[in-house]
Design a protein around this ligand. Sequence first.
Ligand code: PLP
Length: 428
Amino acid sequence: MTQTSHDLFKAAQLCIPGGVNSPVRAFRGVGGDPIFMDHSEGAYFWDVEGKRYVDYVGSWGPMILGHNHPEVRAAVHAQVDKGLGFGAPTAIEVDMAEMVCRLVPGIESVRMTSSGTEAVMSAIRLARGYTGRDKIIKFEGNYHGHSDSLLVKAGSGALTLGQPSSAGIPREVSQDTLVLPYNDLSAVEQMMQQYGFDVATIIVEPVAGNMGCVPPEPGFLEGLRALCDQYETILIFDEVMTGFRVALGGAQSLYGVRPDLTTFGKIIGGGLPVGALGGPREIMEYLAPNGPVYQAGTLSGNPVAMAAGLKTLQLLSEPGFHDKLAVQTRKLCDGLAERAKAAAIPLQINQVPAMFGWFFSDEPVRGFDAVMRADSRRYARFFHGLLAQGVYLAPSAYEAGFVSAAHGDAEIKATLDAAELVLAQLKE
Ligand code: PLP
């Protein structure tokens, strides 16, 4: 007998906290029960009851080639045949590191981790170890994973659940985390005037993707770079989401601003659990075993994960890949804007190549406060309307959406037809 999502969720809640292994999956931001998925291919996945969805979550970012890409699958199978992992160095780790250094100018050395959280946590420790300073600056609504010092006024699931700062974090840990409004350079200037030489790092999502999608204002990233130069502070771009997505060389190449350290996740693992941090050799040499900053991982650089990630990076390096992705995303966003206008529903659309943020609001969304003023209840109705029509958006108003190389014109048209119906219902 077919299991239903409803029955699975009931069973899951008895043995998994909240029935899910990561909070946003629980649909708390939009209401209702989560849908349990069974299999996927290209732009689609199918739930356990056999219903098909056009997917704009893409496993929260990694699936830039589309789901279950045959060449990625083949690379994984080939590695599985050789062994699942050795806890000793492998050739494919060197291939991966060389690939990242080639794709992202300014990166000379890379350390792999098993998640974005670990990559960022390690980058913060490295910045502190390198500078000998404790304070860090982060931005409201930016999410950098769930390590203690970064889970302060965070975005993503923390925001969806209305708990941007978590219980269980000692005051001493969070007191060194200074939080400022995103896209507000003068606030950073003032803070740096006061604390600049105590600040180890400014960490930023170069395109905020964990409060919907909010691009940097012109001059914001450049201004952070200049302040970090002035105060000898490490600038970290958290490119866990934007890396290899908004451009081959990430947001840093799109905006032409070079950070000191970069963190990766999502796409770099091709759908398997991977993260990475990289930067100039001079800073990276502070990591163990060469330097005093300890960092490690039983499964770091796991060859099966490397195989998925490396094949993904190879395929997205093909000339024109990101341009095509941007064109498809533009068709989707423009088509939606037209339909919202025709339906007289105020909708703001932010698009940075293949990332998008849709906000039910009549003011431009350039920062955290505007995100919070957008109508998240209307988003929830929109989400459920589209879900019923077989279109799967992020189950939260505070997440970016992603288009993959498998989203062709047919999928975009089906999405826009569904959106037209749902927007008409939203007026009621
Ligand atoms: N940094 C950013 C910008 C992210 O978007 C995320 C996850 O969404 C993370 C860090 C944490 O990565 P992970 O969930 O792999 O630990």
